[in-house]
Design a protein around this ligand. Sequence first.
Ligand code: NIG
Ligand code: FE
Length: 429
Amino acid sequence: MGNEGIMTSIIQVDLLVHSAQVCTVPDRGRPQRGADLGDLGLIPNGAVAIRDGRIVALGKTADLQTRVTAAKEIDATGKVITPGFVDPHTHLPWVGERANEFEMRVAGASYMEIMAAGGGIMSTVRAVRAASVDDLVEANLPRLDRMLAHGTTTVEMKTGYGLTTADELKQLEAIHQLDQAHSMDIAATFLGAHAIPAEYKGQTETYVDLVVEEMLPAAAEWSQGNRPLFCDVFCEAGVFDVAQSRRILTKARELGFQLKIHADEFEGLGGTKLACELGAVSADHLVTTPAEDIAALGKGETIAVALPGTPFGLGHRDYTPAPEILAAGGALALATDFNPGTCWCESMQFIIALATRYLQLTPAQALAAATINAAYAIGQGDRAGSLAIGRPADLLILNLPDYRHLGYRFGTNLVEVVVKGGRVVGDER
Ligand code: NIG
Ligand code: FE
């Protein structure tokens, strides 16, 4: 009696990971804002069941063990399960390196001085212009491997090291091929307004004309046959001002791009307020953000993406005013900014370690900012950054007794197992 009902409810799954502290990081249909940041949806002694690459059951281990039979089981006793990290701001793909500039900075030169002297972003632009799509793919696949090994399962990448129409499209093509070749999910952003290229020195408006009239339409056309694109601008003193950023982003929005901005990295010009006004998905960096721009984040939908690896990488003392952004009711996400100039860092774990110190986030807040909120920052809150039935099975097993050890421990890889799309990374090789 009653057995039939129980029998029919037993499901066959590919993988059952069990006996762990499961941080589901629930998706409530919007990013976790203000005081709500840090909702982890903990399941003590929990389990996750996976079939055909998706989560099919989630709950207490004792319960799931009666409901599923699994082809493979992983006993995660004494460990933590989290969603795969989402890294919503990187400058992949590039070639070359700038260790010489790092040495100059250590000796006292500033990032913007090096840029003004023709180095910085332009130095990587020269390397990327000389590279083929194949060179870009080959140089960046191992970086994706390392990011995945450190727990990132979805990543955003940008152009911005081409700065001619052809070279920007070449970077887009490399992003597309990397996405095809790698298990990581990749979101793509057009950042033709990343720097004023040397050949346009002193003619910023003319370069903005080129971006608006030629590059953006070309990128939009490319995206038709391939993938949706974000458009980003480096809004900064000596680079693109607020009026130029507005021109570029307004045109991009007309062409169907979703918007992002690099704002307030060194000087607070009003780029964050502009992003909120234009309905940008995210405003990124936000170190020197003025009070009225913080208030705008609290009222608008734009997500603040903090990149604490960048001030750290530059040896600066000031970080994103996260407590103020949260007090205003803003939504905050974390990302690496992975790039060869300011932050050569593949690991979201290290970013969490920085955020728990210099942004004063609790481990729970930092984890939510690196998962569900980061997914929303690239428009993927409905598929990434949270563990729930029906979602792609992107999850991590951390060799930690409790999630609060994330950020507390740093400098080694705390991820023991990465499951990407239901497959244990490493098993397929
Ligand atoms: O986000 N600030 C602009 N862009 C990057 C640095 C890129 C580079 O230096 O190559 C950043 O920090
Ligand atoms: Fe950046």
